[in-house]
Design a protein around this ligand. Structure first.
Ligand code: FA5
Length: 352
């Protein structure tokens, strides 16, 4: 018969080495389970004589109680240690400043576009849009620029290749050749086809020209088209609206000038120049050393344009303009090269 005190000694040593819950459970099984050491000792008591049975039985039961207590105590200790470790692992310092999320922001051209939209909306103009891929009819013919008209040379065009269209034969098909719009003026036609006068709209949008680039010319840029059609509209109305716009946009002291010009879809036609803010009129590369920079083409809508959209030009007249949005942005922020807008250079873009 094993001595209970030896069992106790060994058990005490073993439990001291237990350092995980799992090991503790193994220990408990080893001593206290149905087949455990103590259970076996207690079962074998019947083999002993009554006196010994009493003595060993008492000792074995005491050891059982002792081990139970030890196990409970150790279990509590280990659980507390585990929770502490978990908390340590999961601890976050909420006082550390958060990582900054990079925020995008609005491109300067979009900023200026919204300012322009606000000014015209206050004057009763609605904002409309048209497609960037146009056909020849809207971009040229309906605007009184028939094929072979020398005025087509004013806008160097990106033509789109169209498989399966026989261009030469029918007049209709000729007009349907696709291109990247060279100005926002086709939106005038699209709008007038669907809406009766009175009309007061602006149409901001992207346009494309197949030309050499320099400080004030891009192949891809933005315009804001304007169109006002009503009864008894004269050049006086046109001048007033334009002056109001430029004063509101650049400030009261802004100097603008109207220069006679030519567009097939307006008669008379003008260019609107603004005193160059980069050199303050002295002359620089942006204004081609003229001191003035061309901001818009404009004029009174040609009767042939109204005819193309079946509006009676005896009854209705109006004016139209095409503002260069990039150039307005350049003058406003004193940016000396249009190509910066499309360079994707964050050092430039982050300034706005
Ligand atoms: C036109 O595009 C006419 N559709 C404007 C118009 C509308 C006239 C309605 C009459 C009635 P123009 O080619 O001049 O016109 O261009 C208008 C404006 O766009 C110019 O005054 C200029 O500010 C801007 N612009 C022209 N070419 C470029 C370019 N390559 N890069 C940047 N801006 C340009």
């Amino acid at each position: 018969m094993v001595e209970i005190k030896d069992v106790k000694k060994i058990a005490e040593e073993e439990i001291r080495l237990v350092n995980t819950i799992e090991k503790l459970e193994n220990f408990e099984n080893k001593y206290l389970s149905k087949k455990g050491i103590l259970t076996r000792i207690l079962r074998s008591l019947k083999k002993l004589n009554p006196e010994e049975r009493k003595k060993v039985g008492k000792e074995a039961n005491e050891l059982k109680e002792f081990l139970k207590k030890e196990i409970d105590f150790r279990r509590k200790q280990l659980k507390e240690r585990d929770v502490e470790e978990k908390e340590k692992k999961e601890w976050i310092d909420i006082t550390i400043p958060a990582k900054k999320i990079e925020r995008g922001h609005i491109h300067p051209i979009t900023l200026i576009r919204t300012q322009i939209e606000d000014i015209f909306q206050k004057m009763g103009f609605s904002i409309v849009e048209g497609p960037e891929i146009e056909n020849e009819w809207y971009n040229f013919d309906a605007l009184n620029i028939p094929k072979e008209h020398p005025a087509r040379d004013m806008w160097d065009t990106f033509w789109l290749r169209q498989n399966g269209l026989k261009m030469q034969n029918s007049k209709l098909k000729m007009n349907q050749r696709l291109l990247l719009r060279t100005h926002t003026s086709p939106v005038q036609i699209r709008y007038m086809e669907k809406h009766k006068p009175p009309i007061r709209i602006i149409a901001p949008g992207r346009i494309f020209r197949y030309e050499a680039t320099d400080a004030s010319h891009e192949i891809n840029f933005y315009q804001v088209e304007g169109l006002m059609i009503d009864r008894n509209i004269s050049i006086a109305n046109f001048k007033f609206i334009m002056e109001e716009f430029f004063k509101e946009f650049f400030g009261k002291e802004t100097k603008i000038r109207l220069r006679p010009s030519f567009f097939p879809f307006t008669e008379p036609s003008f260019e609107i120049d603004v005193k160059c803010s980069i050199c303050n009129g002295k002359g620089c590369s942006v204004c081609s050393y003229r001191g003035w920079i061309e901001m818009a083409g404009a004029g009174m809508v040609h009767p042939n344009v109204l005819k193309a959209v079946k509006i009676n030009s005896e009854e209705w007249q109006g004016f139209a303009f095409g503002l260069g949005l990039d150039r307005l942005t350049m003058m406003k922020y004193k940016i000396n090269d249009i190509r910066l807008f499309y360079s994707g250079d964050l050092r430039f873009l982050k300034q706005f």
